[in-house]
Design a protein around this ligand. Structure first.
Ligand SMILES: Cc1cc2nc3c(=O)[nH]c(=O)nc-3n(C[C@H](O)[C@H](O)[C@H](O)COP(=O)(O)O)c2cc1C
Length: 218
């Protein structure tokens, strides 16, 4: 087993990195990181994930253009005005991943547990069945599984000295990104992870005190 102090340091020193050096990532490093990330726990060991390693600059730029266009659209709506400066910062940062040497697109598969299959067969007419289905949709097992793999991945990349950011924002251009990357219809694009050697040392944003987020029920 590894030393707890080293594990804690690895976890606590990882930051979301949004500026990258113009330095290529060795070919074998990302598959190696992803292989390890897929050891994350996942619903029914169904492994409802796929990872597209995109290093083609033209594709990265086109994804960034699509995200930027959608961001500009949302920011232009009158409803955005009330959020003032925050909108401006969000608008400017939305396509920062353009400068990354590699972006990993994360795809979510459709996994139906036995409970999901029974509930689907039960249909819409039973209000109890409908309610249970809504709980399961909210806490989607597939999405939780993918999130576990992404969390592992970010730590492993950090271990390799690489910087990355978990981005759900690009989902606003889901349709365009799926078209650009040729994502098959049975998969859904959910995250983009720009990766590269860091060109910044981001400030530690800290975390809430553990007593604020943990409760013992004895
Ligand atoms: C589900 C999820 C979605 C995120 N989406 C974005 C995003 O779209 N853009 C971005 O710049 N950062 C995104 N982040 C990164 C968070 O902003 C970051 O993790 C948080 O501010 C804490 O900073 P740290 O990762 O450096 O500890 C996301 C993180 C998670 C877990």
């Amino acid at each position: 087993m590894i030393d707890f102090g080293e594990l804690r340091e690895l976890i606590k020193s990882r930051r979301s990195v949004r500026k990258f050096q113009d330095k290529p990532i060795p070919e074998d490093l990302l598959p190696k990181a992803l292989e390890l990330a897929t050891w994350a726990p996942n619903g029914g060991n169904h492994q409802p994930w796929r990872f597209l390693i995109v290093s083609n600059k033209d594709l990265i730029n086109k994804m960034a253009d699509a995200v930027k266009a959608k961001t500009e659209l949302i920011a232009s709506w009158p409803e955005a005005k009330q959020f003032g400066e925050v909108v401006e910062r969000w608008r400017k940062a939305a396509d920062f991943f353009r400068s990354a040497p590699v972006c990993i697109a994360v795809l979510l598969g459709k996994y139906s547990s036995i409970a999901d299959q029974i509930l689907r067969a039960r249909g819409e007419t039973d209000p109890v069945g409908r309610e249970i289905r809504s709980y399961r949709q909210l806490g989607s097992s597939s999405l939780q599984s993918v999130a576990a793999a992404v969390a592992y991945l970010l730590l492993i990349l950090h271990y390799f000295g690489l910087g990355a950011t978990w981005m759900a924002g690009p989902q606003q251009a889901k349709k365009e990104i799926e078209q650009l990357l040729g994502v098959p219809p049975e998969w859904d694009f959910v995250d983009l992870i720009p990766v590269g050697y860091p060109a910044e040392t981001p400030k530690n944003p800290g975390r809430k005190a553990v007593k604020e987020v943990v409760q013992f029920l004895r």
